[in-house]
Design a protein around this ligand. Structure first.
Ligand SMILES: Nc1ncnc2c1ncn2[C@@H]1O[C@H](COP(=O)(O)OP(=O)(O)OP(=O)(O)O)[C@@H](O)[C@H]1O
Ligand SMILES: [Mg+2]
Ligand SMILES: [Zn+2]
Length: 458
């Protein structure tokens, strides 16, 4: 055992030393460094944290704590804030939207807003009579007095935001209260878990004003569990509220959806993502160029959590300045200039040029699936601009002026029919690229086929 331990420690040490000195360890199947990079690419949210000062993941450290800090979901946060300010909180909410767009964050803020002691005056003011009666029966008068004597801070009156400072807010933030329960429905999807939830829901809150149940990944509940939840949503105890969060609302029974107030969280614009990443980079003293930020934001595909994880991942590589090339290397993403050169060759129907570009890209990037996605997005934008040049304005915030000029120039000379064909070929190639052990080949075939076929048919 001792020997084995020694063996592992030595191997581990040599790997770490090898990496620290910049050396790459050669394995029969390739380069160790790239295997690590590949591993990192397989799990989007996986982040490698060699530095002690980054022990809390950036996306957790910079989780918004007030509705006004949530970006890109203005309509939703405004309604929730107004509901909290006027005490018109529903008993069940459904937050839908793609990953990393602020659903869990908003649920926690709402839980704080309804329980915040600084806002107690607001909340009490609008509390239903029945709930007040129920409360005064249960509470020890001394406790009730203490609650009522909490001074109402006028600066929070009618704002609908939590103060983040009182005991209730702090406890919810730190996950130390039994009255705010987060359930991951993906791993607690059965009827028994919902029964437990029912039992917990009927019990009065222990300290906070309202018990809040946040059911994450609600679509993963089994049919029976969803039906059991239905009963609970139909006649919830007055002191309880439910917030269901899901990335796939279509999988939820309509009967559940119709008993909730539904809010759709939108994928974030890359300009919004860049804005937040800039602030994080400044606070964490990470030097990063605007081009690199743009590449990160595009790679995140509208998810702020992904963007923040990417930033952390790249920062952990220890670059003095993170530029476009660093992002290409770290995330296996290709910059717009290289995509443009490839698309130029395709538009010119230059088979030799296409093969040369693809060979170079294959050498440079370990992530052909991402290259394919980026290329598809590029062609889609080109098509949109070719159809209506005003579409360029929509993309204005995601690209630099130079890049927009390239798009316009390419779109001007391009044939809409050809672009559509190209996009379809790329779409058809997607499953082959994802499951092939030579992902570059289906991409080559798609591009070459498009230019040769369109030559004969046009
Ligand atoms: N709209 C937003 N504004 C600001 N930060 C955001 C926003 N959306 C996500 N984030 C960042 O991403 C992190 C994760 O967000 P959150 O947990 O709310 O996502 P989610 O929508 O619940 O995602 P999932 O569906 O994967 O559970 C937050 O901690 C925050 O740092
Ligand atoms: Mg979530
Ligand atoms: Zn508070």
């Amino acid at each position: 055992m001792g020997v084995m331990l020694y063996y592992y420690t030595t191997v581990y040490d040599s790997i770490v030393k090898g990496m620290a000195s910049g050396a790459c360890i050669k394995l029969p199947c390739g380069n160790f460094y790239f295997i690590l990079k590949g591993l990192r690419n397989c799990r989007r949210n996986f982040s490698w944290q060699p530095y002690a000062h980054m022990s809390v993941a950036l996306y957790r450290k910079y989780r918004p704590r007030r509705f006004s800090d949530i970006i890109g979901q203005e309509a939703t946060t405004l309604i929730l804030k107004n509901a909290a300010a006027t005490g018109r909180i529903a008993h069940a909410y459904l937050f839908c939207g793609s990953r990393g767009t602020g659903k869990t964050t908003a649920a926690r803020i709402l839980a704080k807003a309804v329980n915040c002691l600084t806002r107690l005056g607001d909340v009490r003011l609008f509390e239903p009579e029945t709930l007040r009666a129920e409360r005064s029966e249960v509470f020890d008068p001394k406790v009730s007095d203490r609650r009522d004597s909490v001074l109402r801070d006028e600066s929070f009156a009618g704002v609908g935001e939590p103060c983040n400072d009182c005991l209730a807010c702090v406890q919810i933030d730190e996950g130390r209260t039994l009255d705010v329960v987060e359930i991951d429905a993906a791993s607690n999807r059965g009827i028994d878990e919902i029964r437990n939830l029912k039992e917990a829901a009927v019990v009065m809150p222990s300290f906070l004003g309202r018990k809040v149940f946040i059911v994450d990944e609600a679509h993963a509940l089994t049919k029976d569990a969803a039906n059991a939840l239905l009963k609970l949503l139909e006649e919830p105890p007055l002191h309880a509220m439910f917030i269901l969060a899901t990335t796939e609302p279509d999988k939820l029974p309509l009967t559940v959806v119709s008993r909730t107030q539904r809010f759709d969280f939108k994928r974030l614009r890359s300009s919004h993502i860049v804005e937040k990443l800039k602030k994080i980079a400044a606070a964490e003293a990470i030097s990063i160029t605007d081009e690199a930020l743009r590449l990160v934001s595009l790679a995140a595909e509208g998810s702020l959590r992904d963007a923040e994880s990417f930033l952390e991942q790249v920062a952990s590589f220890g670059y003095a300045l993170i530029d476009g090339a660093a992002i290409e290397e770290a995330l296996g993403r290709v910059n717009i200039a290289k995509l443009k050169a490839l698309v130029d060759a395709v538009l010119k129907k230059d088979a030799k040029g296409i093969m040369a570009h693809l060979r170079r890209l294959d050498e440079e990037t370990s992530n052909i699936a991402a290259l394919h996605k980026d290329l598809m997005r590029y062609v889609r934008r080109l098509l949109a601009i070719a159809i209506s040049p005003e579409a360029a304005a929509v993309y204005g915030q995601s690209f630099s002026d130079d890049e927009l000029r390239w798009f316009r120039e390419q779109a001007e000379g391009a044939d809409i029919r050809f672009l559509t064909k190209l996009l379809k070929a790329l779409l058809d190639a997607q499953p082959h690229i994802h499951f092939s052990s030579f992902p570059i080949v289906p991409l080559e075939v798609a591009l070459i086929e498009t230019i040769t076929q369109s030559d004969s048919s046009l």
